[in-house]
Design a protein around this ligand. Structure first.
Ligand SMILES: NC(=O)c1ccc[n+]([C@@H]2O[C@H](COP(=O)([O-])OP(=O)(O)OC[C@H]3O[C@@H](n4cnc5c(N)ncnc54)[C@H](OP(=O)(O)O)[C@@H]3O)[C@@H](O)[C@H]2O)c1
Length: 230
């Protein structure tokens, strides 16, 4: 299989890329940071700098690389979180620009070269499912993508379209918090989570790999949060 992971140089995307490569798949990843790209290049077939916000660059990437089987969209727009009273609308806009548009740009750009029996998997977030104060902006961003999954699955069939909606996963996404605060928050989340821990990138990779191979599953959002949102 040939697998493309946009945002595949860190965290969840990197775990997906490594897991597919270990399975014998040919894996192509994108990101922006040259150091992360260099490190990823040692593990996968292709690692290229492509800003997911640029429709032109994303289209050129797919045109360059030809046929492939599975597309995973793991790139993140980390902005848009926080209580509404303090939320800067520019941050919220950047959150949409950094996540909703790149997902839809890439899904569109991939259509000429993705295999009919292939799949597209969005990585969303359980902020779209829950009601935690301070997450309305993130819920709007990820909810927009999750809601797009069923009509896309119907429209793009037989290509399957699904999402994995992760809960709290220990990745560099959390590096905006100082180490100690991050550890405290993870411990608090672990306590509220039925499986009693926060997630690992591999947990999300397992869910994505399941959906890639699940030929009778389409238009669905698979929640991968250790039960946090139950
Ligand atoms: N970690 C969590 O707790 C959690 C929870 C729920 C949902 N998620 C979602 O899971 C996805 C992956 O997050 P993560 O935790 O793995 O984050 P991460 O470790 O920060 O990785 C993000 C990846 O996306 C790439 N990226 C970001 N913006 C990009 C852009 N404009 N163009 C191209 N590549 C871009 C990054 O590369 P560069 O840095 O080089 O740009 C990196 O490879 C995100 O959509 C996030 O919202 C994460």
């Amino acid at each position: 299989m040939r697998v493309v992971v946009l945002g595949g140089t860190s965290g969840v995307g990197l775990a997906i890329a490594e897991s597919c490569a270990a399975n014998g798949d040919e894996v192509l990843v994108t990101g922006r940071d040259p150091e992360k790209l260099k490190a990823a290049a040692a593990k996968v077939a292709v690692a290229e700098a492509v800003d997911g916000r640029s429709a032109e660059d994303v289209r050129a990437f797919f045109a360059r690389h030809g046929r492939f089987d599975h597309l995973v969209l793991a790139l993140s727009g980390a902005s848009g979180g926080g209580p509404l009273r303090d939320l800067r609308m520019d941050d919220l806009r950047a959150g949409f620009e950094g996540k909703v548009f790149p997902h839809l740009i890439a899904a569109q750009a991939a259509l000429d070269t993705i295999a009919e029996e292939g799949s597209i998997t969005f990585i969303t977030s359980t902020s779209a499912q829950g009601s935690m104060p301070g997450t309305a902006g993130l819920a709007a961003i990820n909810g927009a993508l999750e809601r797009a999954v069923p009509p896309l699955a119907a429209e793009l069939a037989p290509i399957r379209v699904n999402a994995v909606s992760p809960g709290v996963i220990d990745t560099p996404w959390w590096s905006f918090l100082p180490e100690e605060q991050r550890r405290e928050q993870f411990a608090a989340y672990a306590e509220q989570t039925p499986v009693r821990r926060v997630g690992r990138p591999q947990d999300v990779a397992d869910a994505v790999r399941y959906l890639m191979g699940a030929g009778f599953v389409t238009g669905r959002v698979l929640i991968c949060d250790g039960g946090l949102t139950l």
